[in-house]
Design a protein around this ligand. Structure first.
Ligand code: NAD
Length: 443
């Protein structure tokens, strides 16, 4: 099928590439001319395992092209996806300006029947707004073109995006027209071969499904962080507790890891946006507000441990920070816990030597050249001249450090483990002090 994707960010680029990989003819359109020019030369603007070779191969095979020309892009697609950002507005609601700008663009150029698919995470009722925006533009130029608007929320995880997209555990399609659902089923047929993955429903339910999924996952994380903070105060070890509850199939192992708080471009904004939607319809979403409050507090927790260890005397010290991305296998630092920690360290007069396997460039873009920050090229380089180590992102390469070497490198011989990667006994046996999240050592 001939497909058009508006937005070549994490979702649009991965979706477009995977759809080209299974044989569709895909045109990706973006307003960022540098990004488009780079993609045409095979330069991938994000780090996502497996993505670069797939983009390059499909582009070379002529199934995947990039453009800034919206008119040509709209003319190309039988199905037109909207996959642009929906950042939080000042009041926490999702800002729809990019989505509606694309809808207007589609309306300006649409000349034949098409299905418009919203893949961006948007509040319930957005499909109606998209439909109205397209209809208004069509009317303005006296065009009589039939079109459907479908909700098809995206569930890929950054860091696993290609895998998730090629082997989705479900494909949610919200539509009111049977023809549109049929077209979407044909489009996704290559991903739906072994067992049924398509969950078809009405548009509003599909829009809410995406928020419900993210809010549920964020709730699990905040719940676990809450229990970890209790564990810390009562002298229990959250890692034992985690194993004790995860083995219950009703609870399960996923998303019950305590840590330095969740970040990224989705959970923080989506929890806020859902709470905002609830408020707009007269419902106070107390649980969602608590999830956010707990997370916000958790992002400051590593610094609290640091301040406690040093009796508040943090000024002038140098911290090696391992991990800046909001999670492993991505270079994305949007809402990353590292950003709060670095700011708190700087505010307290400390220096940072940071290393992240993929996010150094992004960190350079965010922080620029500034006093108190050295971006290092390796984990061991970050340790040079450092007083203490803080682990913020659980990249695999940080999992088994040489503790004897850390003992020799770190002046104050202390590790703050924001992701509970290490066993306190092992670290302490190597002569280092250890602070984790909820490890019951601070009573
Ligand atoms: P992103 O910021 O990485 O990319 C958005 C892209 O859209 C940018 O390249 C931008 O230049 C482009 N754009 C903006 N306006 C445009 C226009 N008028 N025409 C063409 N391109 C335009 O965003 P993302 O992370 O890919 O997220 C997109 C949506 O998908 C959001 O609603 C997000 O909540 C949702 N989502 C994201 C993820 C994720 O892991 N990142 C997962 C699931 C859903």
């Amino acid at each position: 099928m001939r497909l058009t994707i508006f937005g070549t960010g994490y979702v649009g680029l991965v979706t477009g590439t995977c759809l080209a990989e299974v044989g569709h003819d895909v045109v990706c359109v973006d307003i960022d001319a540098d990004k488009v020019a780079g993609l045409k030369r095979g330069v991938i603007p994000i780090y996502e395992p497996g993505l670069a070779p797939m983009v390059q191969a499909n582009h070379a095979a002529g199934r995947l092209d990039f453009t800034t020309d919206a008119a040509t892009a709209v003319a190309h697609g039988d199905v037109i996806f909207i996959a642009v950002g929906t950042p939080p507005d000042e009041d926490g609601s999702a800002d729809l300006k990019y989505v509606l700008a694309v809808a207007q663009t589609i309306g300006k150029h649409l000349a034949r029947n098409a299905v418009v698919v919203n893949k961006s995470t948007v509040p319930v009722g957005t499909a109606d707004k998209v439909r109205a925006a397209i209809a208004q533009e069509l009317k303005a130029r006296g065009a009589d073109v039939a079109f459907d608007v479908v909700s098809n929320p995206e569930f890929l995880k950054e860091g696993d995006a290609v895998k998730d997209c090629m082997r989705p555990d479900r494909i949610v399609i919200g539509a009111s027209s049977p023809q549109a659902i049929e077209k979407m089923k044909r489009l996704y047929a290559p991903f739906n071969r072994n067992h049924e993955r398509i969950v078809a429903m009405d548009v509003r339910s599909a829009e809410l499904t995406k928020y419900a999924a993210n809010a549920m996952l964020a709730t699990k994380i905040s719940f676990m962080n809450e229990i970890a903070n209790i564990a810390e105060k009562v002298g229990a070890d959250i890692e034992h507790v985690r194993q004790g509850i995860g083995s219950d199939p009703r609870i399960g192992w996923h998303f019950i890891y305590p840590g330095a708080g969740y970040g990224g471009s989705c959970f923080p904004k989506d929890v806020q946006a859902l709470a905002r939607t609830a408020r707009q319809v007269g419902h106070e979403a107390a649980l969602l507000q608590a999830v956010e409050t707990v997370n916000d507090r958790q992002k400051g927790h590593l610094f609290e441990l640091i301040a406690r260890h040093y009796d508040g005397e943090v000024s002038g010290r140098t911290f090696a920070v391992w991990g800046l991305a909001f999670k492993p296998n991505t270079d994305d630092m949007r809402e990353a816990s590292s950003r709060r920690l670095l700011q708190q360290l700087w505010d307290a007069g400390a220096h940072v030597r940071a290393y992240d396997p993929e996010a150094a460039q992004e960190a350079g873009r965010i922080f620029g050249q500034r006093d108190g920050l050295v971006l290092c090229e390796s984990a061991s380089q970050a340790l040079e001249g450092a007083d203490a180590l803080v682990v913020v992102t659980e990249w695999k390469q940080f999992r088994s450090p040489d503790f004897a070497r850390l003992h020799a490198s770190l002046r104050d011989r202390v590790i703050f483990d924001g992701r509970n990667l290490y066993e306190p006994d092992e670290v302490e046996a190597a002569g280092l002090a250890y602070w984790g999240i909820g490890r019951g050592r601070s009573i």
